[in-house]
Design a protein around this ligand. Structure first.
Ligand code: F6R
Length: 247
């Protein structure tokens, strides 16, 4: 697994855009898996701009988000439902039936997890999943642990993740403890994977993902086993990376 390095976050987002556009031009009804969070924000903005300018048509894509907090209503401003709607789906004009997000308010959450996996399968699987990486090397909300969890599942967020994400909430206390996340199998079955990493805060996690042992203690390291992964990172995120891993 090699890392394509760009000078800046903006350059990384441009390179990501061109990868996503190639995918959707090649297959206009592509199924995309999507991360929320800060890293893909500029990519999402650029996707909306490209759609507006008519460079590419995203109207036939279907999307499955990687995760959602448990206990937040879709309308809550900090929910990933709200985030993705505001940052991407509205700009692309995608209706809710094309944009599936786990329901963190489902009365039967185990059933919701099972349905989510089944819906991904019924859609023909994911063509391209766009991932960020947590400072603890999580992907989606697959947190470090003793095993890889294959299917969509309920996860207790680690303290590190809650602290990192507290910036989106009024306080750490208000930051949810639980989430629903796509599992590692769901991610690994995606035909293509785009992993994005930006900034010095991701240096250690990216090092573990790319150069470290494949272990559930650094969930992103499993990506080393996938044959179609593009890792795009800015200079700051590869500060520790030996040059043989850089493209
Ligand atoms: C969120 C997700 C997470 C984030 C990761 C990095 O949907 O999948 O794995 O990608 O926590 O978050 P940012 O980009 O905010 O640093």
């Amino acid at each position: 697994m090699k890392v394509r390095v760009t000078d800046t976050y903006e350059d990384m987002s441009d390179a990501a855009l061109s990868f996503v556009v190639d995918q959707v031009r090649h297959k206009p009804d592509s199924v995309l898996g999507l991360a929320a969070g800060s890293t893909p924000l500029l990519l999402y903005q650029k996707m909306c701009d490209a759609m507006k300018e008519g460079t590419v048509d995203f109207s036939r894509i279907r999307t499955f988000c990687l995760d959602e907090y448990i206990g937040l209503s879709p309308e809550a401003p900090q929910s990933y439902h709200s985030f993705m709607k505001k940052e991407l789906f509205d700009g692309l004009g995608l209706p809710p039936e094309r944009t599936r997000i786990p329901d963190g308010m489902a009365a039967d959450i185990a059933r919701e997890c099972a349905m989510y996996g089944a819906e991904i399968e019924a859609a023909g699987g994911i063509d391209l999943v766009i991932l960020g990486i947590g400072q603890n090397a999580h992907i989606g909300f697959n947190e470090p642990g003793d095993t890889f969890v294959p299917e969509t599942h309920v996860v207790e967020l680690s303290e590190a993740t809650r602290q990192a994400n507290a910036r989106f909430f009024d306080s750490l206390e208000e930051t949810p403890h639980w989430a629903v996340s796509m599992g590692i199998r769901d991610i690994m079955l995606s035909r293509n994977i785009l992993l994005l990493a930006s900034g010095a805060g991701k240096t250690e996690a990216l090092y573990q993902a790319v150069c470290g042992d494949i272990t559930p203690k650094a969930p992103a390291s499993i990506l080393q086993l996938h044959r179609n992964v593009l890792v795009l990172a800015d200079k700051a995120a590869v500060a520790r990376m030996p040059t043989k891993y850089l493209d």
